[in-house]
Design a protein around this ligand. Structure first.
Ligand code: 3PY
Ligand code: MG
Length: 264
């Protein structure tokens, strides 16, 4: 099976830079996949992407060095298994709040006896290789998003679940859950403290500590804080910001520093 180098990269102390796709386009996926990202996530939760659009995006990512990941719209075994069958090498699952959520999520990503993933790897065989089945459980990453009050309350129990490879903080939802405004890089001390707490506990449990960020600068800041997997904004925001700056430059004006309306 084609190896998934993300775990080893993190174990070697190198951060994983994870691109994020919100636009339902194989061309966008192909472009982003060629920009030096270690992994690229096809976002079926807040991205405008359904399962039928995701397949050609995975095919496009196959022509690039980036490892294909998917964020599912919800902790739904059917969606998780279909995306794995489409060739995703890891699943980011939103709103992991309880031990039951975690057990169900991990189980959807693993074949029996470790889980309940149904057999039928379809395109995963083409991307991963004919020997996909015996290796899939150790290559596929299961990353749960911690972004609710319950997720925070149950953090220790969630992190203790075997087979969960790591967490990916959703800073917008986490801020909302903590009574603050949704913002990827919140300066609310309560949110900042929660983010640092989640990071520290994930590392203490030997799990990957990941977080969504709104820009390259924010991602660099999170790496400095000790995060191992970061997203420097989604492609829609990167495109909008670059377009806005180009228009301003063409008009001979200074680009406004206000973020585009496309990102979060
Ligand atoms: C959040 O910030 O809540 C996210 O899920 C990022 O995509
Ligand atoms: Mg979220």
């Amino acid at each position: 099976m084609r190896a998934n180098p993300l775990r080893q990269k993190i174990a070697a102390g190198q951060p994983v830079i994870n691109g994020w796709l919100a636009i339902p386009s194989s061309y966008s996926a192909e472009i982003i996949g060629h920009q030096g990202f270690d992994a690229v996530t096809v976002d079926l939760q807040h991205g405008m992407i359904g399962i039928d659009a995701a397949l050609p995006m995975f095919q496009a990512l196959s022509s690039t060095p980036a490892i294909p990941l998917a964020r599912v719209p919800w902790n739904d075994p059917a969606q998780i298994m279909r995306l794995l069958d489409s060739g995703a090498y890891g699943i980011i699952c939103p709103m992991i709040s309880t031990v039951d959520d975690t057990v169900s999520f991990v189980s959807s990503c693993r074949y029996p006896p470790h889980g309940q993933r149904s057999f039928g790897p379809a395109r995963a065989l083409l991307y991963g290789g004919a020997d996909y089945y015996p290796h899939a459980d150790k290559e596929i990453l299961a990353l749960g998003m911690i972004e609710t009050q319950a997720g925070l309350d149950n953090l220790e129990k969630i992190l203790a679940i075997e087979g969960l490879d790591g967490i990916y903080i959703g800073p917008n939802d986490l801020a909302l859950a903590l009574g603050s405004v949704p913002k990827s890089e919140s300066d609310d001390p309560v949110v900042m403290k929660a983010i640092e707490h989640i990071r520290q506990r994930a590392i203490a449990h030997g799990k990957i500590a990941g977080i969504f960020c709104s820009s390259g600068e924010a991602a660099a800041m999170r790496i400095k804080q000790g995060f191992q997997m970061v997203t420097p904004g989604n492609e829609a925001a990167l495109m909008a910001n670059a377009a806005k700056a180009a228009v301003a430059t063409a008009r001979g004006a200074q680009a406004s520093s206000s973020p585009s309306k496309t990102g979060y």
